[in-house]
Design a protein around this ligand. Sequence first.
Ligand SMILES: [Zn+2]
Length: 279
Amino acid sequence: MTILNGMSVDVEEYFQVGAFERTIDKSDWNSWQSRVVTNTGMVLDLFAEAGVKATFFTLGWVADRHPALIRRIVSEGHEIASHGWDHQRIFTMNANAFRADLAKARKALEDAGGVAVTGYRAPSFSIDTRTPWAHQVLAEEGYAYSSSVAPVAHDHYGWRDSPRFAWRPLPDNSLIELPVSVAELANRRMAVGGGFFRLLPAALTDTAVRQSNRAGHGGMFYFHPWEVDPGQPRVPNAPLRSKVRHYSRLGAMSGKLRKLLGRHQWGRVDAVVAQERCA
Ligand SMILES: [Zn+2]
């Protein structure tokens, strides 16, 4: 049996990424040129060409400003899920602030898309050992799944010792956590999605997907709309390491994605969740 792997896009503007959060103040977001509609449109075209359905974890902030984009995503058969309101990392909030952020984002997404939102991805994979209450809040708010953990050590994020494949964080609730896929080489876990896919050989992503499938689980891949946009305005004064990571190989991303879409069986994350529940 072929195993379905999750294809996902974290829908946010190029100026809203974690790497620039110390350089660009949220109060200045409205002064930056918006590129998210065009960039996400390119991603939708890539998916249409490959015949792939995916999940778009979208900021409420984006849905509020660009409801037509949300309607297009839904009308093309993709899943709309939540990426929070304005990319606030969970470990900077308490449980009540997290609940409020979830509600604000969900209202914007559901108002725009006209469909129920049941999936959530934390900004910068910020569910980790600092937020032991996060999955409980998601369950109480009626979410079916979360894809908010990076089971890897990284300088910005990661929960290194968490399960590598789908797991149930709560004993009394069916909520499923689908961590982002990592490759394991010589007992070391390596991140392969997002910027890592852009910067590293695609074979590492193939390894991560195959390792998941061999273990009986769907893989979980993600990237961002701004990663297919070499023409995005440059952010001055950002730390050099952030700039190198953000801007490298943007021009090669579309071609690399096109090939990846043809190499494995990809689908919406809610379909991967259904597959996990039947397994
Ligand atoms: Zn994000």
